[in-house]
Design a protein around this ligand. Sequence first.
Ligand code: EPU
Length: 429
Amino acid sequence: MEKLNIAGGEPLRGSVHISGAKNSAVALIPATILADSTVTIEGLPKISDIFILRDLLREIGGNVHLEKGEMVVDPTPMISMPLPNGKVKKLRASYYLMGAMLGRFKKAVIGLPGGCHLGPRPIDQHIKGFEALGAEVTNEQGAIYLRAEKLVGARIYLDVVSVGATINIMLAAVMAEGKTIIENAAKEPEIIDVATLLANMGAKIKGAGTDVIRIEGVKSLHGCRHAIIPDRIEAGTFMIAGAAMGKEVLIDNVIPTHLESLIAKIREMGIRIETSNDQVLVIGGQKEIKPVDIKTLVYPGFPTDLQQPMTALLTKARGTSVVTDTVYSARFKHVDELRRMGSDIKVEGRSAIITGTKSLQSAKVKASDLRAGACLVVAGLIADGVTEITGLEHIDRGYSNLEEKLTRLGAAVWREKLSQEEIEQLQNS
Ligand code: EPU
C-alpha cells in the first residue's frame, strides 16, 4: 500500500500532455468483441481499468496484446464465457461486456459492476434497452444473465439520460436485425468516439452526439485501427490545478470544445485561459479568485466528474460558492477530507456550500473515489505543508502517470510505501 505525498505551495509551470480518455477506453475495449478480425486501439491511458479489461478479454479467450498504450485485440477465438464474479466487480464499465457479448453471442453472464460509490447507480435503462431488442434479462445472485434467440432493432426512449445505457444499447444493436432508434440519448464525446469505432468496424450508425441515435443493424463487423480521443476529465483536472497554482500551464492534446463549461467557469473566476486547436493555456497566479456557482449536468453541461476537483479550487475563492450535483446524489465524500485541511464547506442535500479560506493546511487524507482523489491532489497542491493521500487505488483507476506529469510542472509530489502502523491505522479507520 502506498500514499501520495504533496508538498503544497509550489507554482506550476510548463506543459502537460493529456492521455486517451478513460471513459472512452472502457467502452472501446469491450466493443472489439463485436469484430470478426483484429482491432487496434491506439492512445490508451496507463490506468488500472485498462489492465483489468485486457485481462477480462483474455479470460473470454481473446488474443490481446497491450504495449505502450496500443491494444491489439484478435476477438475471433472469444467465447461467451460467464463472468459472474472476479475482475468484473472491480470496475463499473464492465457493464459494457453485457452489450458487446449479447451483440456477438446473443448471451452473456456478467457480475453486477463495481466502481466508485457516488450514491445509487442503477442500470435499469441498460436493461430496458436490451429487453427492447429482444433479450431476456434476469438478475441471479448478483449477476446479470442475458439471453436472446435473436436481437431485433427497436425504438428505445431512455427515461434517464445515461452515458452507459446509450453506449451499451449501441453495442447490442449494431448487429441486431433492422433499425434501432435511441431517443433521449446521452451526447458525451465518448459516445461519439465509440460510434466512430463502430462505424470504422462497418456499423451503420448515425446521430451520435445528438439525442437521437439511429442504427441499421449489419450482419458482421470487421477489424480496424482507431485512435482514442483525449481525456477531457484529465485535461479539466490539470486546468483546475493550473488555475489554483499555475503561473502558465499549457494543456496539450485536448479538444477545448469538450470543456467549454469548465473554461467558462474558470474565466468567470477571473483566471485567464486561452485556447487553440488542441491546446489550452491557463494563466493563473491572480491575487484573488472570484467565487462561482456550479450545477453539474449531462454534456454539454458542467461535468459531474470535475465537480470534486473544482471544489478544491473554490476553497481559494474570496466569497461563497455553491456546487450542486444534479447527476449523482452522494458525490460529496471529498468534503470531509477537505474539512480536515481547514476548508469551510457545508453539504446540504445535493449542494456543497464553500466559503473561501485564506489557506488550506496539509493533512492525512483518504481518497474515497476517483475524482475525490483528484480533488485531494488539487487541495494538496494548494495547502501549506505536506499532504499525505491514501486510497491511491482509486486515483490509479483514472489518472495516467499522475506524479510524473505533476513533477514536470514543478509540483513536489512523490509516492511512498505505507508503514505497517499506517496500514493498521487505515484498516481501523
Ligand atoms: N442512471 C439510472 N439508470 C441507468 C443508468 C443511469 O438511473 O440505467 C442514472 C445514474 O444513477 C446517474 C445518472 O443516471 O445518476 C447518470 O449516469 P450515467 O449512466 O450517465 O453514468 P455512467 O455511464 O454509469 C459515466 C462515467 C462516469 C460519469 C457519468 C456521468 C464511465 C465508465 N463512467 O458513468 O464517470 O460520472 O458517466 O457523466 O463512462 C468518472 O470518470 O469518475 C465517472 C464516475
